[in-house]
Design a protein around this ligand. Structure first.
Ligand SMILES: [Ca+2]
Ligand SMILES: [Ca+2]
Ligand SMILES: [Ca+2]
Ligand SMILES: [Ca+2]
Length: 744
């Protein structure tokens, strides 16, 4: 053997052994040990293998490896990667030669009774990169990650110290195959091993952060086919997108992508608050970086040891930006403002403030929430900072649309604008006056304007933007307390009067849907939320999770909200009326499939009711539909959805076939495919936020764009105590949409 092997305790008993540290010992242990290859623990992953469990699961084994890297998670849990010297592996390229050791809060691992390590070091070995050790451990698994755990791991021997890990173990340059299944096998074959991310790799989505695991950055090799595409097209789109690298709606799953995490960076820097660099899409990695492959939340993540060195590529915000509306045009936007909760204790809600008990709804148990409420801002300053960034985006990047449909504002109305407020009054929190005691109709300052949206309107004015008015029907809220809403400029648009005979705003809406409408449907108001019971055939299939999951027994957990506006011409005269239908369907694309399909059907029925009343009506339906437009689908053709139900799921079929509306995504794809997306997930661009136009409105559409000011930028900086790296950009997880239409 060319390399040092573990000393046998049995041998040690017969002679005095001088350890690596020069310490002499004589072991009493008689046990023989059988060191096996780590590859035997990880298992050989053949092509098409569906079983990724360890062939040695649950067994106690001895392995030998070099400590290549330490890890540290945001909760303070430590760990390390162990990998065999390149010349001491099983020689099988289909099995990994490394393994992760989870070590809880400890910096040491116990030594085995009677082992050379114990004789040499006493009860504990201190984890040290560059030590080559022999351990006895139980083969465990944690959500698919094959690992040892410090509690059942003992160091048997320290074979050598002071090694340069990357000089003695293999750290292959990452090069995953294009096909998703093959890519998963590829990463599984490297689980626990060091891999090298080469320089020139290109970031494919804004850094994402998760409180429990830290941050992640998705990327592709600089020489991948997607990176070679022209200009802004050089990124990863879901397969169905026309700019995906392979032909056809569903092809390879973009297996060439990889993701980098920061468990290693945190350990290297010895700082719990360390987080991977705030990368944005198109950034280029300028220095090669190595790290162990770790499996977390179904993602094989390279936990790089050093923070990323990045160079900015294209600026995502410059990809088909919104143009200001012209003289005889009006712009209407839609924006998911991501949990815009204020820091006022709503007396009508039990889940918007510290100390609240939680919100429950027997009709929608899935929507129940318990304290602590992680969507409520930590401080008023944090809340205001988010609003300031959203205000800046609405003014600078969306060019102050006449009307903005919003999703995820707080469903609270216990405040009014302080009469003392002016653009320059600098009242801070006191810009609103609130009654935080009286509930329901007894509340003194309830005024029909949802408070966080109302305050956002004031922030827009303080920022130098135009005057906006906030409106919304609180009946559009879900159990937790988020709702859709509207911001409009009174100078450019006004709310039409709600008539009792109106096909949707009236007391007997003409929405053709097979079940009983909710009581709210009889309200005569503008704007107005609408909802109905789910059909029995759907309720009978509802389950707690997966594709059959339902958020309650109504069509919507967050009712669709209709508003009828008149747009004004440059003289302030009413030019045309338009119905806006604002939506926030249940999430996410591959769960709650039946439920979301009904939501699309109901939205189609609302639109059809308007168009049957007046086929020339201007209707714009929009919002976060939480599923992709055709031909994209979370389930490829022939893919199993459940039982013998196969893809595509075509959840928006009702909209395509029965609403009378056309998807403006088709306009975007035709006009500027490289910018046709609104969200990034697993490193790929996709579309969740959509706008749909009636025939008459479609003829007046001048442009429809998605403003790429969020999804491609690092998000949620405040969660990690950071300043936002890109000013206003990255304040929400969704990109807003703006459609510009001719007034007549
Ligand atoms: Ca593809
Ligand atoms: Ca509140
Ligand atoms: Ca409350
Ligand atoms: Ca209010």
């Amino acid at each position: 053997m060319q390399f040092p092997r573990a000393r046998l305790a049995a041998a040690a008993a017969s002679a005095l052994i001088v350890g690596a540290s020069g310490f002499a010992f004589a072991s009493q242990a008689q046990a023989d040990i059988d060191v096996i290859a780590i590859g035997e623990v990880q298992g050989s992953i053949a092509e098409g293998d569906a079983d990724f469990t360890s062939p040695r699961a649950g067994e106690t084994v001895y392995v030998q490896g070099v400590v290549t890297q330490e890890t540290l998670d945001p909760a303070g849990n430590k760990g390390f990667f162990l990998q065999e010297r390149a010349d001491a592996t099983d020689g099988d390229p289909l099995s990994s030669d490394g393994i992760f050791v989870f070590n809880n809060k400890y910096a040491t691992v116990r030594t085995l009774n009677g082992s050379p390590a114990q004789a040499e070091l006493g009860a504990n070995w201190t984890v040290k990169v560059g030590d080559e050790i022999v351990v006895r451990a139980v083969v465990g698994t944690y959500y698919g990650n094959i690992q040892f755990s410090g509690g059942s791991t003992y160091v048997y021997d320290v074979v050598e110290t002071g090694l340069d890990p990357l000089a003695v173990v293999a750290a292959p340059e990452i090069d995953p195959p294009d096909e998703a299944r093959a890519s998963t096998e590829y990463f599984r074959r490297h689980l626990g091993m060091q891999m090298t991310v080469p320089a020139d790799s290109v970031v494919t989505a804004g850094r994402d952060v998760f409180a429990s695991t830290g941050g992640e950055v998705w990327a592709m090799r600089g020489d991948s086919a997607a990176a070679a595409q022209e200009g802004y097209a050089a990124r990863a789109y879901r397969d169905a997108h026309p700019l995906d690298t392979a032909e056809g709606a569903f092809d390879d799953g973009n297996g060439y992508l990889f993701v980098m995490g920061d468990l290693g960076i945190r350990a290297t820097e010895g700082n719990l608050d360390a987080i991977i660099a705030p990368a944005k899409t198109y950034d280029v990695v300028t220095e090669a970086n190595a790290g162990g492959v770790y499996l977390s939340y179904s993602k094989y993540t390279v936990e790089v040891a050093e923070d990323l060195a990045l160079e900015g590529g294209f600026d995502p915000a410059g990809n088909e930006p919104v143009e200001p509306a012209g003289r005889n045009e009006a712009a209407i936007g839609s924006y998911n403002i991501e949990n815009l909760y204020d820091l006022r204790d709503n007396p009508n809600s039990e889940c918007d403030f510290e100390g609240d008990a939680g919100c429950v709804d027997p009709e929608d148990p899935e929507g129940n929430v318990d304290a602590p409420f992680d969507y409520v801002p930590a401080t008023y300053e944090e809340y205001q900072a988010r609003m300031e960034r959203e205000a800046a985006q609405i003014v600078d990047d969306l060019h102050s649309p006449a009307i903005l449909m919003t999703q995820e504002g707080e469903a609270q109305d216990v405040c009014s604008v302080n009469p003392e407020w002016t653009k320059r009054s600098d009242l801070g929190e006191d810009r609103l006056v609130c009654d935080l005691v009286n509930t329901g109709d007894a509340n003194e300052f309830s005024d029909g304007a949802p408070d966080s949206l109302q305050e956002l309107a004031l922030l827009i004015a303080e920022y130098g933007g135009p005057t906006y008015q906030a409106v919304g029907d609180l009946d559009s809220a879900d159990t937790r307390g988020i709702m859709t809403g509207f911001l409009y400029q009174p100078k450019l648009a006004g709310l039409s009067k709600a008539r009792h005979w109106d096909p949707v705003l009236g007391d007997e809406p003409e929405v053709d849907y097979p079940t009983e409408p909710d009581a709210i449907n009889a309200d005569v108001q503008n704007p107005k939320a609408l909802n109905a019971a789910l059909p029995d055939a759907v309720i009978d299939q509802c389950t707690g999770s997966g594709v059959y999951a339902c958020n309650g027994f109504d069509v919507f957990s967050r009712p669709s909200q209709v508003a009828k506006f008149y747009l004004k011409d440059k003289h302030g005269r009413p030019a045309s009326e338009i119905y806006l239908i604002n939506n926030h369907f249940s999430s996410g694309p591959n769960t709650r499939v039946l439920h979301r399909t009904e939501q699309a059907n109901y939205l189609a029925a609302i639109s059809a009711a308007i168009l049957e009343d007046d086929r020339k009506a201007n209707v714009l339906a929009g919002g976060d539909l939480n599923v992709f437009p055709r031909p994209d689908d979370p389930f490829a053709e022939g893919q199993t959805i459940a039982g013998d139900w196969t893809g595509p799921s075509d959840q928006l079929a009702g909209l395509y076939e029965d609403s009378g509306l056309s998807s403006l995504y088709d306009v975007m794809v035709e006009d500027h495919p490289e910018a046709a997306y609104s969200y990034t997930y697993l490193g790929q661009a996709q579309t969740l936020d959509q706008m749909w136009a009636s025939p008459r409105l479609l003829k007046r559409v001048e442009s429809a764009v998605s403003a790429h000011i969020n999804a491609d930028y690092p998000a949620d900086a405040y969660a990690f105590g950071e300043e936002p790296a890109y000013g206003a950009y990255g304040v929400s997880d969704h990109d807003p949409e703006v459609v510009t239409v001719r007034l007549r």
